[in-house]
Design a protein around this ligand. Structure first.
Ligand SMILES: *[C@@H]1O[C@H](CO)[C@@H](O)[C@H](O)[C@H]1NC(C)=O
Ligand SMILES: *[C@@H]1O[C@H](CO)[C@@H](O)[C@H](O)[C@H]1NC(C)=O
Ligand SMILES: *[C@@H]1O[C@H](CO)[C@@H](O)[C@H](O)[C@H]1NC(C)=O
Ligand SMILES: *[C@@H]1O[C@H](CO)[C@@H](O)[C@H](O)[C@H]1NC(C)=O
Ligand SMILES: *[C@@H]1O[C@H](CO)[C@@H](O)[C@H](O)[C@H]1NC(C)=O
Ligand SMILES: *[C@@H]1O[C@H](CO)[C@@H](O)[C@H](O)[C@H]1NC(C)=O
Ligand SMILES: *[C@@H]1O[C@H](CO)[C@@H](O)[C@H](O)[C@H]1NC(C)=O
Length: 595
């Protein structure tokens, strides 16, 4: 894939070199300032270019938009997807009816923005967000410009920052991103992406009409089926309900120089390339092809997918393969079925045989099943509510979403290496026994770990006693439960630079609004300067964000990994540091010092 990208980049480079001679220079297209094949326009800041191109493997000509200052990863918007110009006679201009059009040498219109412009004087302009906008110019000497069409509303395969992927909940009309048919054919392929305003909104990737991948429910900050989102520092996703029927998802990077976007390949891979300014190349931040488990419903109903295991599919605890032979052969599509009757079914069968109450199997760090039902129930009643309703098959609680539960088949449950949600699956009480041994082992491990931790805490406490240790003691209590995950060992503490709250406050003028770069996943991000002159970005987790210590540590793990692998992320050079901050940060620092 990377390979193909490179080839395409190469051809684009040749093309843009070529284009220089014909380039009309500006960022607008009007009836008189049109572009011919090999010509192009460039957005005012120089970031994007619109012009003619041929994908690898074809001589067909298309008009598209791609990155200009840096080598393009791909052409992220194509106008005449279905109707290429077959030779180099193509022209993009404004037609008599005010629409933006692409014509061939015979003046056949191959593509048109196709909007009603009331015959007004229009012009198209390529903005520095990569959006091609058609304006109606007012005749009354003012600077008023009315937008009549924009490429951001007629998406190809890419979801760019500031685009709005919307769905109308009343008319069910959806905006979709659509893949190319093949790497050499930009016409509409079989994969598409849409925002589904289900009970809890989420993003679906379709293969024609079959669900192929899902993002998991939106929790107000991130899609909970994409754990990487919680570690993306400046991602600023938001979901907006405009109260007129439209719900849309959009995102914006706080740092304008951060060049990254999402797009869906013709083979169904959804990925996020990101421009690494230091090494001058595109890196893939994230891709759905990272795990075989990402294919929707890989292990069938009540199946459980874990790509670290072989085979990757197993049945949820308390369940067994529906068709044993088929399952053994590696055909998991029929999934699994409940091994023992649940209490409700036992009562239905014979009301005297109710027996013991059902219980729940706890699954940590998972992607929750599809089609969650939202309930306004509070956290402590979420379990009881599920238990008291015969049709409830599982429940989960997310601080951002609240109580979720599921009925019927549980589909698309998979294991993440970090993040995700804790899911509770209902099983008969008989399925809950027999785990004593494992529990004993865990208990021992926890005792040992707690002991080690206590030593650390003791020193931490001693060290910080002078400054009033009340909050700290409280904090260590909380952390002894959370911190002692497998994660701690993954953090290369030497690689992390730890700062005191006071230092971060001083660096950011006390987290002043003027230092604010924007809102990230879980809180605001501030620009700051340390005493030694280093420029930093500080993410301040809001108390209300629902991100706990565990997530914070996960994020540290990710950062420490990136730093040790690569010595570089986001920034132009090593002087750009991204630091994390929680309100109990200082205590946390001391504790880590001593472990
Ligand atoms: C480009 O074409 C060559 C030759 O047909 C092929 O080997 C290569 O994989 C193609 N790359 C892309 C981007 O399709
Ligand atoms: C100028 O025209 C625009 C629309 O083309 C209109 O909204 C605006 O009110 C007009 N302004 C004046 C001063 O007439
Ligand atoms: C987008 O463009 C395609 C043709 O490329 C057209 O069929 C479709 O109706 C357009 N969609 C919108 C929303 O303008
Ligand atoms: C998409 O669906 C088609 C059939 O509709 C199938 O042939 C193809 O293999 C699917 N693609 C992937 C990547 O699963
Ligand atoms: C897997 O099992 C399903 C259901 O029994 C069947 O329809 C399908 O053809 C099987 N697939 C393969 C690859 O054998
Ligand atoms: C209870 O149901 C199971 C299957 O659902 C059946 O095999 C069994 O015979 C039933 N028992 C009684 C007492 O009805
Ligand atoms: C049980 O859950 C179903 C499905 O959500 C719901 O329709 C029903 O009202 C619930 N029953 C009770 C007793 O809460």
């Amino acid at each position: 894939m990377i390979h193909q990208g490179k080839v395409r980049i190469f051809s684009l480079l040749i093309l843009s070199h070529y284009a220089m001679k014909f380039c009309i220079g500006g960022d607008v297209i009007t009836a008189s300032e049109y572009i011919r094949d090999s010509g192009s326009i460039i957005s005012s800041g120089g970031l994007y270019r619109l012009g003619f191109f041929s994908p690898n493997g074809t001589t067909n000509r298309y008009v598209g938009i791609w990155h200009n200052k840096i080598p393009a990863y791909n052409v992220f918007w194509v106008a005449n997807r279905e109707k290429p110009v077959l030779d180099s006679s193509g022209v993009m201009t404004i037609s008599d009816d005010g629409n933006l059009v692409i014509m061939n040498g015979k003046k056949d219109v191959l593509w048109s923005s196709n909007v009603y412009t009331s015959g007004a004087n229009t012009k198209a302009q390529l903005s520095d967000t990569g959006n091609l906008i058609l304006f109606k110019q007012s005749s009354n000497m003012t600077d008023d410009k009315e937008m009549v069409w924009e490429s951001f509303r007629n998406m190809s395969d890419a979801f760019m920052a500031k685009m709005k992927l919307s769905t109308n909940v009343r008319t069910k009309e959806k905006q979709v991103l659509t893949s190319w048919k093949s790497p050499s054919d930009p016409s509409i392929g079989s994969f598409s992406i849409s925002l589904e305003p289900l009970n809890i909104p989420e993003i679906f990737l379709w293969n024609s009409t079959t669900l192929y991948w899902r993002s998991g429910p939106w929790n107000g900050k991130v899609f909970i089926g994409v754990p990487q989102m919680e570690s993306v520092y400046l991602d600023g996703f938001s979901l907006v309900d405009d109260k007129e029927g439209y719900v849309y998802v959009t995102y914006n990077f706080a740092e304008v120089s951060y060049l990254s976007y999402f797009f869906v390949r013709s083979n169904g891979e959804l990925l996020q390339p990101f421009w690494d300014e230091k090494y001058k190349h595109w890196r893939i931040d994230w891709s759905t092809k990272e795990s075989a488990c990402n294919v929707y419903g890989k292990c069938g109903p009540f199946g459980f997918c874990d790509d670290k295991k072989s085979p990757i599919c197993s049945c949820l605890r308390g369940f067994e393969p529906k068709k044993v032979e088929e399952w053994r052969r590696g055909n998991w599509s029929s999934g699994c079925t409940q091994r023992s009757l649940l209490q409700c079914d036992r009562i239905k069968n014979d009301s005297t045989k109710a027996g013991k109450m059902d219980g729940f199997v706890r699954l940590e760090n998972v992607k929750v099943p599809n089609y969650a039902i939202w309930s306004s129930t509070l956290e402590d009643q979420c379990r009881e509510q599920c238990l008291s309703n015969c049709s409830c098959a599982a429940y989960a609680y997310d601080a951002g979403v609240g109580c979720m539960y599921w009925r019927g088949d549980l589909i698309d449950v998979l294991k993440f290496s970090y993040g995700g949600t804790t899911l509770y699956v209902r099983v008969a009480h008989t399925e809950l026994g027999g785990k004593r041994d494992l529990r004993a082992i865990i208990a021992t491990a926890v005792v040992v770990a707690t002991f080690l931790f206590s030593i650390g805490t003791f020193f931490a406490w001693k060290k910080s006693k002078k400054q009033g240790g009340k909050d700290r003691e409280q904090f260590s209590e909380v952390s002894s439960e959370n911190v002692l995950g497998e994660n701690l060992s993954k953090v290369n503490l030497q690689d992390l630079v730890l700062y005191k709250l006071e230092e971060l406050a001083a660096a950011t003028s006390n987290f002043s609004d003027t230092n604010k770069l924007g809102e990230g996943g879980f809180g605001a991000v501030y620009r700051g300067i340390l005493l030694n002159g280093k420029e930093i970005a500080v993410k301040r987790l809001s108390r209300a964000s629902g991100q706990g210590l565990q997530e914070f540590i996960n994020e540290m793990v990710v950062i420490s990994k990136i730093r040790s692998n690569d010595n570089n992320w986001i920034g132009e050079d090593d002087s750009t540091l991204l630091m994390e901050f929680v309100e109990a940060y200082y205590t946390f620092t001391v504790t880590l010092d001593c472990v």
